[in-house]
Design a protein around this ligand. Structure first.
Ligand SMILES: *Cc1c(COP(=O)(O)O)cnc(C)c1O
Length: 430
């Protein structure tokens, strides 16, 4: 299958090309030429995660990978579970944080790293990525120690939690980290400028591991299938027409993957895109006007994005009716409601963190009692230890992954949000 550029439709490229290149001309996002239709959903749902994921992904990648190669990649990338946990009779969380960096981004980042490793044996590549928190850790761990791949990660200085920072700035080796004096959108703008600079791009073999990379999105399709598979096992097939996913959204990669799953035939009734106070999308869906405000800092900081970079893919799917126009609604949850919801979830016996709480609250607004609501748990509560502890008034233990890196030294350099400085750095250290 080929992938084409949503902005410059003539640009077509293979899966391997799209993975290596990240973004197309004029910063256009790659999109599959067609959405594979799976007509053996029941059979797929009965399979284990890895076997099923190979079936789901193979049509997208078959020009570049054999089934055996894909199986090797998926087996090593998805070596941890996605887990449905019931919250109440008609609500459940899909826990996506059982990977090495305790966040759902491990799925996409690990799959991307293995693909890239397989596609770029001979050529040196530089991964340049911006993170508002979790991407950095997931990408750093996924690529750490892979020969021939240099990773440069930028993040807004002082705007992510200390533990989040420790998870990706202490590795060293092929992982370089830059604390940018600015916010996440500044970091994202620097990445975009770098990709516009053809000379820089070619000299250092630039690639982005952000959620704009198609490989990350494709990987994320697989856990929607896993969720429905587990629900089917627990509840039988009777309720399959009735599942609503609430997705805590920042750059809208997670939602895009869910829409792919639905378009491929997975029975999902509809989606709620839950945002924090950075509410560009809910306002857009209501008014038809795209008018991002300045990004505001919230306790669900991985969603502090006011210009979500995956939105063009969602828009394309809705406009061209790859999915039903009405299958996405969106709601913004403020800081106070987020904290009240965390307390509410704790009373139900579930310790949660702000991102999942935003998504759970959105279900309360957006889903009926007769719908089965699944909200995505995108990070382990310990990754947001400070706010979880102060909100709930009780201590939470650090899992081993976090405890191990908490005491190590941060290796980042500081830099102003200035493209010339970044360019100089990237070339000097190539
Ligand atoms: C990245 C992230 C999100 C947002 O996901 P998108 O795919 O960017 O919409 C939500 N929660 C957490 C914890 C994240 O790290």
């Amino acid at each position: 299958m080929k992938f084409y550029n949503l902005k410059e439709n003539d640009e077509e490229i293979s899966f391997a090309g799209a993975v290596k290149q990240g973004l197309g001309k004029n910063q256009g996002l790659f999109f599959p030429e067609e959405i594979p239709q799976l007509n053996n959903i029941k059979e797929l749902l009965a399979m284990p995660l890895v076997e099923r994921s190979v079936q789901v992904l193979f049509p997208f990648v078959s020009d570049d990978l054999t089934k055996d190669e894909l199986t090797d990649i998926v087996t090593s990338a998805f070596n941890f579970p996605a887990q449905i946990q019931p919250i109440s009779e008609n609500r459940a969380i899909l826990e996506l944080f059982h990977g090495p960096t305790l966040a759902f981004k491990d799925f996409g980042a690990r799959f991307m790293a293995k693909c890239l490793q397989s596609f770029s044996k001979d050529k040196k590549i530089t991964i340049l990525t911006a993170t508002s928190g979790d991407t950095g850790a997931a990408v750093a761990h996924a690529f750490h120690g892979i020969d021939n791949i240099r990773v440069v990660i930028m993040y807004p200085k002082g705007k992510i939690s200390l533990l989040q920072e420790k998870m990706f700035t202490t590795l060293g080796g092929n992982i370089e980290t830059i604390a940018v004096e600015g916010d996440f959108d500044d970091c994202q703008a620097l990445v975009k400028k770098s990709f516009d600079d053809e000379e820089l791009k070619n000299t250092i073999g630039l690639n982005s591991a952000n959620s704009i990379n198609i490989s990350r999105l494709l990987a994320q399709i697989c856990y929607y299938f896993e969720a429905v598979a587990q629900l089917t096992r627990q509840k039988g097939t009777a309720d399959l027409d009735n599942i609503v996913f609430s997705v805590p959204s920042g750059n809208f990669g997670n939602l895009t993957a869910g829409l792919f799953a639905k378009a491929m035939g997975l029975p999902i009734k509809r989606f709620i895109a839950a945002t924090n106070e950075n509410d560009t999308v809910p306002r857009y869906l209501e008014t038809g006007e795209w008018s991002p405000n300045d990004t505001v800092a919230t306790i669900s900081n991985a969603m502090d994005v006011s210009n979500p970079n995956n939105w063009p893919r969602v828009e394309h799917m809705l406009k061209s009716e790859i999915v039903d126009k009405d299958c996405v609604s969106s709601v913004s949850i403020d800081e106070q409601q987020t904290q009240i919801t965390m307390i509410g979830l704790a009373k139900l016996g579930y310790i949660s963190e702000p991102h999942a709480a935003v998504a759970f609250k959105a279900l309360q607004y957006g889903a009926n009692d007769n719908e089965f609501g699944v909200f995505l748990g995108t990070a382990h509560p310990a990754k947001f230890k400070d706010v979880v502890e102060s909100t709930l008034g009780q201590p939470i233990a650090l899992p081993k992954e976090l405890a191990d890196c908490a005491t190590e030294t941060t290796l980042s350099i500081d830099m102003p949000a200035d493209f010339a400085k970044l360019r100089e750095y990237l070339l000097a250290n190539a």
